[in-house]
Design a protein around this ligand. Sequence first.
Ligand SMILES: C[S@@+](CC[C@H](N)C(=O)[O-])C[C@H]1O[C@@H](n2cnc3c(N)ncnc32)[C@H](O)[C@@H]1O
Length: 248
Amino acid sequence: MKNLLPAEQVFERHYRDSSADFWARFGGMPDVEGKRVLDFGCSTGGMVHRLMKAGASSAVGIDLSMRAIAYAKERMAEEWGDRVDIRCEDVIEADIEPVDFIVSQNTMEHVMPLKETLTAVVNLCKPGGEMYFGFSPLWHSPYGHHNYPKTRVPWWHLLKGHDVVLDAFRDRVGKDYATVQDAGFNCATPADFREAFHAQDVEVLSLRYNVGRSPVRTAISQAFRIPSVVPALEKYVTVGMYWHLRKK
Ligand SMILES: C[S@@+](CC[C@H](N)C(=O)[O-])C[C@H]1O[C@@H](n2cnc3c(N)ncnc32)[C@H](O)[C@@H]1O
């Protein structure tokens, strides 16, 4: 991996490891043979590549990151030609022929406005099509700052205030954001996500919280959620949400 460019590294990690981890949390990757699929928040295209390898007939990847999309476009064109359509645009404005299957990994905790963006994604699914949205870490969870700053102290960003996050972006990547929303965190709580998802034209086939890559990790992570019996504490101990939906 050492000699790869950063975008290639991101692609390789996503394709080989993190997309596999994602599907492990849903009990395995569903059958996509012959389906037209969409990855919302596709970044460099690792998940799109995995779905195409699994037999999808065509795929759309959409993301706002110009750098990630430039890599995804080139890499997917080489591998799949015009069967894969990679787009750098806001899903709210996208004009895409509806698909049979949608996946979105670790993206919903970044989207703004939450409900409208989710509606735009759901509208791209054909009736009866299935959708998988899995995302973590949520903002109020112990490391909801996504490693900005790098610290093992849980909830450091909530204890010290948003400036520690903004300072970390400035120091590490030279980005000067005024707010954590500008830095890409929507700060939504589990209740906000439930409100947005339940407002959609979908059947919720399952919703699971704090799902790990293995049953043991899941058991530990779900034990951590026990304080949610006090509703005000739920957001601090909910690390991830995993939704499996069917479009009505
Ligand atoms: C944290 S990245 C996740 C990338 C990838 N799915 C993964 O698991 O590594 C979230 C991505 O969602 C994209 N995104 C957020 N809002 C979006 C929108 N409204 N339309 C398209 N892409 C969006 C961002 O550009 C960002 O690259």
